[in-house]
Every structure is written in C-alpha cells, then in structure tokens.
Design a protein around this ligand. Sequence first.
Ligand code: ADP
Length: 425
Amino acid sequence: MTIRLGCIADDFTGATDLANNLVRAGMRVVQLIDVPGTGHDVDADAVVIALKSRTVPAAEAVDASLRALAWLRSAGAEQIYFKYCSTFDSTPAGNIGPVTEALMEALGTDFTIATPAFPDNGRTVFKGHLFVGDVLLAESGMRNHPLTPMTDSNLVSVLGAQTIRPVGLIDHTVVADGAEAIRSRIAELRANGVATAIVDAVSNDDLVRMGAAVQGLPLVTAGSGLAIGLPANWGFRPSPAAAQLPPAAGHRAIVSGSVSEATNGQVLEFLKSGRPAFSVDPLRIAAGEDVAGQALAFAEAHLADGPVLVYSTEAPDTVRTVQGRLGAAEAGELVERTLARVAQGLVECGVRRLVVAGGETSGAVVQALGLTGLRIGPQIDPGVPWCAAALPAGETLHITLKSGNFGGPGFFTDAFALLDAEAAA
Ligand code: ADP
C-alpha cells in the first residue's frame, strides 16, 4: 500500500467532490466513510476520509480530524489535505481554523496554505476575498446560511478570527509569477511568523502553479480545487485508467429522496420515457402502510426489464403540504428510513447498479447497506462519479450518490449508459 495523499474532508459530498477531482488528475482514489479501524487495507494513490465535522462543536471536529490523520499516517500518506467547502463554511468558533491548527501541531509543521478557490465552479479568491460567481461571498446566498452565515468576504480576517497564530496572504501577483515566486513568498511569510496563508486563485492555471509550489508541505488546506494541481507532484497525469472500476453487472435501480429542482426534472424525464417507477408517499408511510414492501414487490416484478425507479421526489408545493401535515423533520426521517430499506431490499433482489439521489438520502442508504469505502470511478456529470463498493458479503455494488442539484435532466439513464459504454470499451 503506497498512499501518496491522505485527505480529510469535513462532509460527505465534499469528500466525493475532492475524490472526483483527484481521479480526473490521474490518481486512483478510495473514499472511506468515517475513520476505519486498524488493519483496514486500501489499494489507492489517495484516500479521502469523509467526516461529518463541518458544523459540529470545534472540539469534536478536531478530535475526528486527528483520528483521521492518525489513520492516514499509519497508511503511509506523504502529504495531508484538509478539505472544506468552497464557500469556506465556518463560524468564528471554527471549524476550519481549529482543525487546521490541530493538524499542524500533530504533523509538527509551522506553515500551511488555505484556499477554497475552484474557478470551474465559480469560486475565485482575489486579494484574499472570496467570490461566489460574480459576487463577494458576503453578498451571496451564504450570507443567510442557517448554520454558517458568511458575512465577511475577506478570508484573511475570517480565518484569523478562528486561529491562534497569524494568517497572511499570497496574492495573485505572486501566484501569477509561478511556483518559485510562491515558494519565496512562503519563506518570507514563515520568517515573519505567519502560520497560514490564504492564496489567491482566479484560474485553473493558478491552482496548478500553487500545487507545484506546495510540494513537500506536510499539510495543505483547501476546497476541492487544489486537487487539480497536486497529483502532478508525484508524476500522475490524467488517464482513464485512474477511474477504472471492476466490471458492472446485475439489476439496475434508482432510489430518489431528493426534492431539489434538478432531481424533479430527472424524475420527470424518467417517467416520460415510460420506464417502471414507484412513488413513495410519506402520508401512507405515516398511516402505517408497508410502503417499502410495496415498492420492493413492484421493483421485483420489473427489475429484469431494466432500471426501476423508486422515488419520493415531489414538487415544492406537495412537499410543503406533507411537511405541514407531518412536520418537516418527521417527514424527512420517515422517507429516509423507507428508502434506505428499499435500497437494502433491492440489493437483496440482485440490484448491483444503484443510483441514489439526495445528499441525506445517500447517507441513509450508505449506512443501511453497511458500505465502508467507495472506489471512485468515471464521472457521469460534473462532480458525480460512479463508485464501486464492497457489500458486507463481499460482492461488488456499483453506486452513484448524487446530491440534490447535480446532474443533467437525463442523469438516471445517462448513468447506466456510461457503465455500459465502459463495459464495451
Ligand atoms: P437534496 O440533496 O436534494 O437536498 P436530500 O436527500 O439531502 O436531498 O434531502 C431531501 C429531504 O427531503 C430528505 O430528508 C428526504 O427524506 C425528504 N423528503 C423526500 N421526499 C419527501 C416528500 N415527498 N415529502 C417530504 N419530505 C421528503
């Protein structure tokens, strides 16, 4: 086992986003769901450990991150990548600052960088200020985020409020001059006692230059964008081989608990094609009906003919009505539990190619199926790869976990078509 890069991601979909970028840059990547026990062997160039540490109390985030670090070091990781959201989601209490400082201390290093820039997704950093699309962070929707409202766009001051040691800036003029100039600036900041530097990036080229400059730093911290520039440090080049999964076979199904606009479009497109679909109604679950059993009986009758969809996806008005009757949390939980049971039953019926739509829904399904790790495969749509996971009994399940707003209208059928194309290649 020769893990080059060990990554600690502060949430699940963020972990997949990072893993996907690393695969596209040529690394073979495994994403682990939480910190594994000792003795868990992984064959990959990079491992991404997905935590749920973004909005928990800082001490818990630090604790989980240090456990992840210990596992990654024991697996031989040569560099550690702490991944957070590209909108730098955090509060003055953390968790980006406290986790960064705890990792630095554990690694015995006095310097790291921080940048959430990901120009392909409209996240750019200029003079230390984060832009979301065309507007400053504090003028974007993040201003009103319920858990991590971002009201200051200057990341030097945002991070400075969360750290004990000083935060500095490597600005775009230095980054534009290349890796050598960035390294000189790092030496200068270090000599002045700066522990963490926000780094500007407005283009992928900036991220590539930054990647080269941070070769050998024990720790880097970033959104998923920096992943574009790191794999080349070990000689990796983009190659389809990095995304290769074992051959896919078995029945196909889609489980959708997402109520976002994109997923509504995808479900509609699937229904229009006349393929078999079963609608899960939260009110019937609440009334005590065995909706999971009904869905599975329906699926079993149709699985041999192609993909079957089981969905609770509804338009916002319908969802609001249900939430008004049951309460939003209660409705969500009922649906998640039901769809997780459906996913379990589908796998028992021989489904080995599974699409899951919805972030929370994905979490519930992954847990119900007892999955501990995902090998990251080819990308279906930006940010959404196919993955291969070992089922507890040892068989392989191909699974893709699509968070709400990702994917084009034909995502459900495109996903299976991609697996077929890979098999034919
Ligand atoms: P997304 O990624 O689109 O946000 P999630 O799965 O994260 O999707 O969240 C959707 C939430 O809505 C889940 O808690 C799910 O159980 C709940 N939900 C799904 N369908 C319905 C429905 N028809 N009525 C009420 N709540 C629903």
